[in-house]
Design a protein around this ligand. Sequence first.
Ligand code: PLP
Length: 456
Amino acid sequence: MKTVIEPYRSRVVEPMRMTTREEREGFIRAAGYNPFLLRAEQVLIDLVTDSGVSALSTRQWSAMHGSDESFTGSRSFYRFSEAVRALFGHAFVIPAHQGRAAEHLLARAVIRPNDVIFANTHFATTRENFEAAGAEVRDLPIPEALDRTSPHPFKGNIDLDSLEAGLAQAGRRARMVVLTVTDNSRGGQPVSMANVRGAREICRRHGVPLWLDAARFAENCYLVKVREAEFAARTPREIAGELFALTDGVFMSLKKDALGNTGGLITLDDEVWAEAIRVQLLASEGIPTAGGLAGRDLEALAAALDEMLDEDYLTYRVASTRRLGEQIQAAGVPVVTPFGAHAVYVDGRAFCPHLPDERLPAWSLSVALYVHSGVRTWETGNVMQGRLDPASGAWRWPDLDLMRLAIPRRVYSQSHLDYAAEALVELFERRSSVRGLRFVYRPATLAQFVATFEPA
Ligand SMILES: Cc1ncc(COP(=O)(O)O)c(C=O)c1O
């Protein structure tokens, strides 16, 4: 059969609220033209994120009902930490309430002013946390990652030559190397196992630990299976085991691939680092056997550590994302290819060539799509990554100005995604009508969450 179907069915449904174009024009104006500031009920199909919005399975719900909410040492924590240890293989398991909390703990516990940290690309919150601890962060993507249409199958790879040179130059200042799998900020592109092996070998030689920001490792492992010949006959779980064995530690949000509505994790082998992180955890997150999570959260996550690597589920997820991408690509919409797993990314500058960078093409497109259809998306471009150059006083814009259609796990049907594709294609046919926006309020960092705008 050609059709790839959802390997699950619905037993609980949540009604969606239809809105008119006039209502949406009012809603987005009141939200300062920032889709992030809309109320969720003003949105028809919410593709703003794939984070924390998964539909839970019957198995997760039943595990939650059996949770242990003891203050410390709960049965639920031990179930969670055993599931983590069995999958990741590291000695110490430290829960946190979400991914950026894990990054914050790591930054406070082990990163010192003047440290240098290398990554394929640091996710925005990772960069923020590491820089707040005084570190210098350097992104080393491969050149193909900057080319939206390069067919390279692993555009999330780190540039190994630059890594070698960077570590040699940084010397004792080098604190760690991070591979973000998949590389969310550059189109959700995967990292190959060959690249992880290469990075590990270089890290070993320089005595620097290799870590993963593993928010979407299951999707990365599935893409390794289908794109890297050596792994074709292996299960995603086997590939994950091999991936983690190459690392010294992992920090991650458990709100993405791990199908949690909340949750974060640090797992590592270094006892000194683990102790320093635990001390920090007690001050800011909670106790070491909870990390700010309820027992029922830990139960839902423990159950998901199996489900997230189910091959039928990952096959469907990747096929469904590709289908959405191919639908809009066939109509000429400029997209990032090859398609990843958690999202489809549209090139704002190519979609809106009439808008200069100052008029925020991808952000303006996201607003126009919401007004046109009620579909909410997210920008990973000029607003999220633009930086003021202190020397010249001018804005420096990122290589790619993208609008992301992120797909919540197990939530929307194929026809919901067809609707989103149709809306975007309709807008593309009248793309010169997309009106540029300019900042009204622009904070120094993390503008995407709080900035406000007006039509230019
Ligand atoms: C790659 C990556 N790292 C870290 C985070 C932060 O995780 P959280 O949202 O759970 O704080 C995200 C969230 O989108 C992410 O995509």
